[in-house]
Design a protein around this ligand. Structure first.
Ligand SMILES: [Zn+2]
Length: 78
């Protein structure tokens, strides 16, 4: 089963940061793609719903942030 890291566009500094979460997805994308694009019109798998609202550390400012926009949350195949 393909394994993915989650990268999140930062609302603090505008860069992308890893959420430090790894997921296994049966129907995930072959290349890096946003969650919004990957599951447009489809139900997201429970592994993704489980990380909704998770905080990510901004490596630049040291602050935690939550990215709510699925277009700004990316699945990155490992
Ligand atoms: Zn940041």
């Amino acid at each position: 089963m393909p394994q993915y890291e989650i990268h999140v566009l930062c609302s603090e500094c505008g860069a992308e940061h890893p959420m430090r979460v790894r997921l296994h997805l049966d129907d995930g994308p072959a290349e890096k793609r946003s969650i919004g694009e990957t599951y447009k019109g489809k139900t997201q798998p429970p592994q993704l719903l489980a990380i909704g609202g998770h905080k990510t550390l901004c490596l630049k400012t040291g602050r935690m942030f939550v990215q709510e926009d699925d277009e700004h949350i990316f699945l990155v195949p490992r």
